[in-house]
Design a protein around this ligand. Sequence first.
Ligand code: ATR
Length: 274
Amino acid sequence: MDLYCVMGNPVEHSKSPWIHARFAELTGQLLRYDKRLIPLDGFVRAVRDFRAEGGRGCNVTVPFKFEAPQLATRLTPRAQLAQASNILAFDGNDILGDNTDGIGLVMDVQDNAGVALAGRDVLIVGAGGAAAGVLGPFIDAQPRRIVIANRTVDKAQAIVERHAAMAREHGVELHASQLEANGAFDVVINATAASMSGSGIPIAASVLKPRALACDLMYGPAAAGFVAWAQENGAVARDGLGMLVEQAAEAFLVWRGVRPPSAQVLAELRATLA
Ligand code: ATR
């Protein structure tokens, strides 16, 4: 049976084994998917050992997403742009590094939340790894304008510069900004880690157009504050569970060549967690 896993630290609460087991069931694919807790200094060794066991691919999560591209013999353009990989695929001596986080979020926004991004105004709050991982696929979806707002503006500026040529090619206005005074947007993505430090919502409610889609990249308790804030301010609130399932579906497609029924699995996962 083909072997896959998620590598992270912590990894105990990962939903990925459940999601991939369900994908395999629904598509009739034979595979096993485990979770592996990796010591902070043990990622390279863990990948080597997993390949020696016959592992075919892995999801990579906190804090190894930035280390993963260095192990790859080949990177997809979206992983190069993100400078991070959330999946690796192993085939003989070949290690493919890919990034399905951004396309996962775009699919969740467009297909599951039903918000077509073309022509819209999008605000991405945060300029860390999570924001960098999603920007390329957002540009691909050709909104009118994307603003990256961050507490440390220099970091937002650096991401914008890295994506400037792509934005020009796609006819998308792309700007960096501070957290204050950004105007109003159709779609607001919270890609900050602000909730992890217990601090409040990092932006003012004035960024939300009426009935805007406000989406946190986290789910569960970490997203609860942002979701409540969005609802209180007239937005359609969304947590990161849909992105989680969609990035997994895209990973499954890369590994197995089959796209699983992600909307069904998302509904089942929400019901399981409720
Ligand atoms: P991740 O990989 O989850 O993106 P990261 O790379 O550490 O994690 O980035 C965290 C992001 O959350 C950054 O944009 C950070 O802002 P700075 O670049 O100014 O540090 C943002 N962030 C963290 N805590 C925040 C807070 N209390 N208010 C606003 N932004 C915060």
